[in-house]
Design a protein around this ligand. Structure first.
Ligand code: CTP
Length: 405
């Protein structure tokens, strides 16, 4: 499984660092090459000599290679190492390092590497239960997730302090499993491919302050962008208004309404290998929006009449004009779902349609998980179980990847 894989481990200053030499041995036994970077604080818990002995590689500390380094070039060591690694694992990750990562610090070997990495970075936090539960730490973890870091949550149990609670580093086989799973997705099969993804809701103006919108959070589209970037794609993400940070290595284009999304997609579609329309584009928009705020006192019979017209169907236009590349749509259905989705797939000339029902538990708007059925042009119907949106994204990309071949 790990044969030929390059794993970079970043150690920071937590007591669980003492477990990492064993993890290195396990990873090496499974065929991986392992290199180590560490913070000064990590040296208090495990020695560089131990780590270089078990990994068989020079350990990098500080922001500059040691003067006696044989293998690292002074100016570009971080880029060289980041390109070497298929995955980076930060374990244990302290609250301090998590805070730095969330804010883009690059003040030591671990944070610098994490920022330079294109391949996925897995963060395995370990700390005392109170530090883990603190709002600042939890906000930073949310930020990291949005930025495309993969978080391996700490486990419950007895902690070094004697307290009991969440904060333990997961058992080593669990960490190894997680790394193997990520590597499965991160095999860079999209390197050199251009992917255009849309996400989030559109807002159709009624007047300068009011709009018609929908409940899409954008999480599915952002998960697709994150996963595609992890797999080496050049990703453009056209998004409506959402509360999510831009994932690493993703080019984001913000739009407000359906017409702007249409214009942006038409502008950026050229040369793309695949287009995935995950956005919840408004189907209707006011024929005329008021240029001044509508005042309640000025209404006739306390009634405001809005006349709506259909928006341009972006996916339909893409299907009509399509000569090459893969086209993927989403279908949100609450009844007759397979039948409706298949009809949409045909009508819009798609290669794949991703069906979901927001009424199902675990598939609702704003949820971190989704339950989808993937339907292909050839009629194949695959019902997937409930899983995190990042995993759903990878399942979709696996099928896109096959179609691109
Ligand atoms: N879509 C689009 N342009 C629109 C509306 C939708 O590109 N103006 C895309 C969405 O991004 C999604 C798919 O089309 O990929 C959804 O198809 P649609 O027919 O709009 O389905 P619903 O919104 O569920 O509408 P309905 O079921 O009422 O047909």
């Amino acid at each position: 499984m790990l044969k030929g894989k390059n794993i970079l481990i970043g150690l920071t200053g937590g007591i669980a660092a003492y477990k990492i030499p064993q993890l290195i041995r396990d990873l090496k036994k499974s065929g991986a090459s392992v290199k180590i970077v560490m913070t000064d604080a990590a040296k208090e818990f495990v020695t560089p000599l131990t780590l270089s002995t078990v990994s068989g590689n020079e350990v990098v500390m500080g922001n500059f290679p040691q003067s006696d380094s044989n293998v690292l070039s002074a100016g570009t060591w971080h880029i060289d190492l980041a390109q070497w690694a298929h995955v980076m694992l930060i374990a244990p990750a302290t609250a301090n390092t998590i805070a730095k990562l969330a804010h883009g610090y690059a003040d030591n070997a671990v944070t610098t590497l994490a920022l330079a990495m294109r391949a996925p970075v897995v963060v395995s936090p370990s700390m005392d239960v109170d530090m883990w539960q603190r709002t600042q730490t939890q906000n930073n973890i949310t930020s990291l997730r949005e930025l495309g870091y993969i978080i391996l949550p700490p486990e419950e149990g007895e902690l070094a302090s004697g307290l009991v609670g969440q904060g333990r580093l997961p058992d080593l086989p669990k960490i190894q499993n997680a790394v193997e799973e990520i590597l499965q997705f991160a095999h860079q099969d999209f390197r050199g491919k251009k992917i255009l993804i849309t996400a989030g809701p559109t807002r159709e103006a009624i007047d300068p302050v009011r709009y018609i919108g929908n409940r899409s959070s954008g999480k599915m589209g952002f998960a697709l962008a994150t996963a595609a970037a992890h797999r080496g794609a050049e990703v453009k993400l056209i998004t409506g208004h959402v509360q999510i940070q831009t994932p690493k290595n993703v080019h984001r284009i913000d739009v407000e309404n359906a017409q702007q999304m249409y214009n942006a997609v038409m502008k950026h579609k050229k040369g793309t290998d695949a287009i995935i329309m995950a956005a919840a584009v408004a189907d209707f928009t006011p024929i005329n929006s008021f240029s001044k705020k509508v005042k309640k006192e000025e209404l006739d019979n306390d009634t405001l009449l809005l006349k709506l017209k259909k928006t341009k169907d972006i996916l339909h236009s893409l299907g009509e004009g399509k000569k090459e590349g893969v086209l993927v749509g989403f279908s949100l259905e609450t009844h007759n779902d397979i039948h409706n989705a298949m009809e949409k797939l045909k009508r819009k000339k798609l290669d794949l349609i991703i069906l979901n029902n927001p009424k199902k538990k675990g598939a609702a708007f704003d949820s971190d998980t989704n339950i989808v059925t993937i339907i292909s042009k050839n009629g194949k119907i695959e019902k997937l179980k409930k899983m995190p949106k990042y995993d759903v994204a990878n399942e979709i990309l696996n099928r896109v990847s096959k179609l691109l071949k």
